[in-house]
Design a protein around this ligand. Structure first.
Ligand SMILES: O=C(O)c1ccccc1NCC(=O)[C@H](O)[C@H](O)COP(=O)(O)O
Length: 251
């Protein structure tokens, strides 16, 4: 069960148990972040769909694992027109690492999102990134963690899946919100999720559609429903990452 007493898929329960065990750092990180808003505006100005391309070596819902050098994948995604990169740093279930994130951030000139299951303030300090994911469902003190992330210079991306979580994110002051089409309780993906939540998001919030985007039709559907940017993982990691990103950024 999560903090709201709702059932979670066993894989997600295991991810959270590992996240609770993972140590933070005692040394506070300070980030000089590259602006996601500027990167998105640049993409729109030259006619690219703003895509956050995700480096996800494996996951509980993926068969197999990609062992390419993460910096090669990152450079390939940027060559395909990615506006930003999302890098899994969760080691036990996604094959990610903070070392890979550091190397990627040094290798590319686009903003990099740290994708992990952050539950407490000290876990913010493990590694610097431009953006950082906070999952509303799993964070008890969302306003506190959001503020702590901003104080360090991160641009926090607050992920929601329901209207209740959206209201929590807005009340906490989030101005960059991702709607995850994947239900982390059941691990089912449904693009209707974004379509049902997007109309309730104020215009001054930057809105990202996450998960389950696998085709040009999906891109157009999420953009029509109000997505300012799209976060795409599996459909990019499966095959040639440059070609895959280009297909989505030119959709
Ligand atoms: O991707 C998974 O299998 C997964 C399983 C359990 C918890 C979270 C999971 N994914 C995290 C994500 O948010 C996605 O990696 C991201 O939104 C991209 O999704 P997709 O394009 O569907 O790979």
């Amino acid at each position: 069960m999560d903090a709201n007493g709702e059932e979670l898929a066993p894989a997600v329960r295991s991810i959270l148990d590992a996240a609770h065990e993972r140590a933070g750092s005692e040394e506070r990180v300070s980030v000089d972040a590259q602006s996601f808003s500027d990167a998105r505006a640049a993409a729109e100005a030259d006619g690219r769909v703003p895509v956050i391309a995700e480096i996800k070596p494996t996951s509980p819902t993926t068969d197999g694992r990609r062992d390419d050098d993460p910096t090669d994948l990152a450079r390939g995604m940027v060559a395909g027109g990615a506006t930003a990169l999302s890098v899994l740093t969760e080691p036990d279930h996604f094959g990610g690492s903070t070392d890979a994130l550091e190397r990627i951030r040094a290798a590319v000139d686009v903003p990099v999102l740290r994708k992990d299951f952050i539950l407490k303030e000290s876990q913010l300090d493990i590694v610097a990134s431009d953006l950082i994911l906070l999952i509303a469902r799993f964070v008890d003190d969302l306003p506190g963690l959001l503020r702590a992330a901003e104080e360090r210079g991160f641009q926090p991306l607050v992920e929601v899946h329901t209207r209740v979580e959206l209201d929590r994110a807005l009340d906490a002051g989030a101005d960059l919100i991702g709607v995850n089409n994947r239900d982390l309780g059941a691990l089912e993906v449904d693009l209707d999720t974004f379509e049902s939540i997007a109309p309730h998001v104020p215009d001054d919030v930057t809105l990202i559609a996450e998960s389950g985007i696998g085709s040009i039709d999906d891109v157009q559907r999420m953009r029509s429903a109000g997505a300012d940017a799209l976060l795409i993982g599996s459909a990019i990691m499966d095959g040639d990452v440059t070609d895959n990103v280009r297909r989505f950024t030119t959709a």
